[in-house]
Structure formats: structure tokens, C-alpha cells
Design a protein around this ligand. Structure first.
Ligand code: BG6
Length: 481
């Protein structure tokens, strides 16, 4: 059970707070996971008071009747502080509000500052947290009572990420900083370590002797929606490739950790990202494709001449002894035909050695890890079709979380919030991990800027991106699955 705490959400009226943080907090409350005494404070520009703020959130949440009952109780613990990020007044009022909570409890309670704003506000907010000494907690200079959760993307390139990191560490100790990438907390991503290293049968074939290539698809049906202000100028490379997709690559390519300790786990993740071969500026046409969906420029808050990408496909290599020479084809896009996040390990096809004339399928063994939806794992194997003549086909052996466990596991944000409360940083980014990922991404960004050949391609809605994304893989004699 957690001791009393207050969580201050900056950007409390934004997409992330509404779609992820409040639903997760409400579920944790329902499960009795938040402890006896806690306060949630929304900090944002709009001139709400506590009541109109909780009403506003309630209206956005689409709660069932049962959830609504719980919300009525939960919302008594929700407060609002109106403030402009760039002005000191709001922060000063927050000082008084938090002091009031400490007084009510009769102790210095844990303060968690959650930065859920667009990243260009981070520096300003951090400066004011420091200036007003909010960062120090009520026990002045005590790093015991204060934590900071900060959402990706951290910065917009390597340089700004390093500057942000410097600022963070000048205000907070490393153990207070929780750099959020919610993909790390997805049940299916966490299971990768167990699946790979607890099952002795996969480890011997998990390398370049047996694996032909790896494909990762991250696809969303929705477009940019109401997030135009955040998304335009940021783009999908920074929004998901720099973080979520890097973590999926690392779950496939990591070495066995020495232990499940926080640092051992973070080290094996960081090692993979460090080993991703950089795409040099003059190679971007060969290894990257960027696209923008039709009508993107007419979306709310998007510049009518925007060059922001909503689709990216990459071919990359992880230069470790295990994966040397194995291409990773990774694509991510909005306005795709369906919602799916999937990793496929395509094994080298050996069927033709004996069965050439009996219809060897073009692609044989594929291990597919479905991150979402329909969370599960399937293995495609070649089988003899039941008939007199010898003829081969493929069949799938499947495992579904829902069928096996009756649940797909805890929502990622619930898991992350619990970890922040308990101080467990294993599923949060370390700064060397981020620096490596930004090094890779920044080279691509620079290459795109310099190289007119790599221009952004349009694609129709509900398609799998521009045709160049198919060419990226087909020129190697392979296909997207
Ligand atoms: C966020 C991205 O980090 O992840 C969004 O900013 C994206 O663009 C979202 O829609 C997807 O999260 P999930 O958990 O729904 O896959």
C-alpha cells in the first residue's frame, strides 16, 4: 500500500491525460491500488475550478454506469490549478495548494510531477519547478519525496535531448526521474524476455544462422485527430519510431540479461539500441521511406504546406554477433487499413532441400508476436496437406492471451503509474538508451533535410503506405507479410 501522495498532471486537459492517465488512475482506484490518502491535481491553462474540471474530464471519459459511480467518489480527490506554463503565478499557487495537502496529512507527502504536455513545454515547466522549489518537496532539498514522470518524445533531436537531460539532472537525482515509454509496460513486450529466455527451444535458433529477416509493423487506423498541434512538425519518426519501435527492436535483439534487476534489464536494452547501424545522411533513400496520408494537410491544426510524415518504413541492421547481417524491416503509419502492432521473425526457408517439387510455400516458418490487438503468439509451420499425394501447405500454431489467461493483462499506463509510485524504474528509459536512439534518428532527420530524393510520398487512406515502402523490401526479394 502506498503512503499518501499527490500527483500533479501538467497538461491535464490534453489527449494523454484524458485517454490514458485518468482512465488508468480510475482503474487503479477501483482496484484499491492507490492507497488510503492521495490527491490528483490537474494543471493546465483553462480557467476551470475543481468542479468544472472534474466535470470536463468526466464528460470526455465515456464511463459506464458502474464506472461513473466510482468516478463520483474518485473525483473528490481531484483538484485543479489553472496556470500558464510560462508564468510563475500558477506554480506559486501550486506551492500553497501542496502545502495545504501536507498540512492536512500532517507530513511531507510524496509529490509526483507528471509532464503530459507537448515536449516544447518541458524546459519551461522544469525551470519553474526549480525556481519555485516545487521540485524540492516540502522537506526542502529532499529528493526522497519528489518524483518526475516525463513523456516521450524527450526533445526533437540528439542535441535537444541531451540539453533536456542536462536540465533534468541539474534539478532531480536519477532515481527521481521516470522517462516514460509505455510500450515497455505492455504485457506482450514484457513477455518477450520470458518467451525467449525461459523456453530453451528458441535460443539456439534466435540468430543469423536461422533467421532470414525480422519485420515489425506498427499500424493505426486513426489519423492525427485532435493532436494536430502536437504532431505537426514532430512526425511519426519522432513520435513512435524513436521510442516504441526501438523498444520492440530491442525486445527481439537483446541478449539474455544477467538478472532481472533494474540495471541489468536496462543495460541489455540499451546495448541493442547502441548497436543499431546508423543510416548515413547520403543513404536515406536506400534505407528509409517517409509518407503522408491524403488529406493530412486539411486536418485540424496542420499547416497547409506541412511536410510532416505520418508513415515511415526503415530497413536497418543490429550489428551484434547474434544479428549481424539480418535485415530488420520496420514500418509505422497512421490511417492504415487496420490497427495492428506485430513482430514477425521469418526463418530461413529450408523446405526446398527435400521437398522442392511438392509445393514448398514461398515463406515457411514465421514466428509472429502480436503486441496488440488479439495479443498472442503464433508459429507458422509447414505441413503435409491431408491427401493421397504429397503436397505441402502452412498451418498456424497459436497462443492467445485472452483464451489462455482470460485477460490480456494490465493496461500499460496502470503498470507504469504503479511503478512510479513504488519507485521501480525498470520499465523506464535510461538516458544512454535515449541518446543512442536519438543518434540514429537524428541522422535520418538530417538526411531527409538534405536529400531531395528522399522527399515525402503521399499515400491513400487505408493503404499500407506509399509504394516505395513495398519497394524497400521487395528489392531484397522479400515481401511485407
Ligand atoms: C503514443 C503516440 O505514444 O502512442 C501516438 O504518441 C500513438 O501517436 C500512441 O497513437 C499509441 O499507443 P497505443 O498504446 O494505443 O498503441
Amino acid at each position: 500500500m502506498f503512503s499518501p501522495f499527490v500527483m500533479i498532471i501538467f497538461g491535464a486537459t490534453g489527449d494523454l491525460a484524458i485517454n490514458k492517465l485518468f482512465p488508468a488512475l480510475l482503474s487503479l482506484y477501483k482496484q484499491g491500488n492507490l492507497g488510503k490518502k492521495f490527491y490528483i491535481v490537474g494543471f493546465a491553462r483553462r480557467p476551470f475550478d475543481d468542479n468544472s474540471f472534474t466535470e470536463f474530464i468526466e464528460n470526455q471519459l465515456n464511463l459506464s454506469k458502474e464506472e461513473n459511480k466510482i468516478w463520483q467518489d474518485f473525483s473528490k480527490k481531484v483538484y485543479y490549478q489553472s496556470g500558464t506554463f510560462e508564468k510563475e503565478n500558477g506554480y506559486k499557487d501550486l506551492v500553497d495548494m501542496l502545502a495545504g495537502f501536507d498540512k492536512e496529512v500532517g507530513a511531507c507527502i510524496t509529490r509526483i510531477f507528471y509532464l503530459a504536455t507537448p515536449p516544447d513545454n518541458y524546459n519551461t515547466i522544469l525551470d519553474f519547478l526549480s525556481k519555485t522549489k516545487l521540485s524540492e518537496g516540502c522537506g526542502q532539498k529532499s529528493d526522497k519525496w519528489t518524483k518526475l514522470a516525463i513523456e516521450k518524445p524527450f526533445g526533437k533531436d540528439l542535441e535537444s535531448a541531451q540539453d533536456l537531460d542536462k536540465k533534468l539532472s541539474s534539478i532531480f537525482a536519477e532515481k527521481q526521474i521516470f522517462r516514460v515509454d509505455h510500450y515497455l509496460a505492455k504485457e506482450t513486450v514484457q513477455n518477450m524476455v520470458a518467451f525467449r529466455f525461459a523456453n530453451g527451444i528458441f535460443e539456439p535458433v534466435w540468430n543469423n544462422k536461422y533467421i532470414d529477416h525480422v519485420q515489425i509493423t506498427w499500424a493505426e487506423k486513426k489519423g492525427v485527430g485532435n493532436r494536430g498541434k502536437f504532431f505537426d512538425g514532430v512526425g511519426l519518426l519522432r513520435d513512435v519510431m524513436q521510442n516504441h519501435l526501438m523498444q520492440l527492436i530491442s525486445s527481439v535483439a537483446m541478449e539474455q540479461p544477467k538478472s532481472f534487476s533494474r540495471e541489468d534489464m536496462r543495460t541489455v536494452r540499451a546495448d541493442v539500441i547502441k548497436s543499431i547501424r546508423c543510416v548515413e545522411e547520403d543513404e536515406v533513400c536506400k534505407f528509409t521511406v517517409r509518407g503522408q496520408y491524403a488529406g493530412f494537410r486539411n486536418e485540424k491544426d496542420i499547416d497547409s504546406a506541412s511536410k510532416t510524415e505520418t508513415f515511415v518504413a526503415l530497413k536497418l541492421f543490429v550489428d551484434t554477433p547474434r544479428f549481424k547481417g539480418v535485415p530488420f524491416y520496420v514500418r509505422a503509419g497512421k490511417k492504415m487499413p487496420k490497427d495492428v502492432v506485430e513482430i514477425s521473425i521469418v526463418f530461413i526457408q529450408t523446405c526446398h532441400i527435400l521437398f522442392k517439387e511438392f509445393g514448398c510455400p514461398e515463406i515457411g516458418n514465421v514466428l509472429t508476436i502480436r503486441i496488440q490487438p488479439d495479443e498472442g503468439i503464433s508459429l507458422r509451420v509447414i505441413a503435409k496437406k491431408p491427401s493421397g499425394k504429397l503436397s505441402l501447405g502452412t498451418v498456424n500454431m497459436k497462443f492467445s492471451y485472452q483464451e489462455e489467461f482470460g485477460t490480456k493483462g494490465k493496461d500499460a499506463y496502470q503498470k507504469l503509474l504503479l511503478d512510479v509510485l513504488s519507485g521501480d524504474q525498470m520499465l523506464f528509459n535510461r538516458s544512454d538508451e535515449l541518446a543512442s536512439s536519438w543518434t540514429f534518428i537524428t541522422k535520418i532527420l538530417k538526411g531527409w533535410e538534405k536529400n531531395s530524393e528522399s522527399r515525402i510520398r503521399n499515400y491513400e487512406l487505408e493503404t499500407w503506405g506509399p509504394k516505395e515502402a513495398n519497394e524497400l523490401i521487395e528489392k531484397d526479394g522479400r515481401k511485407w507479410l
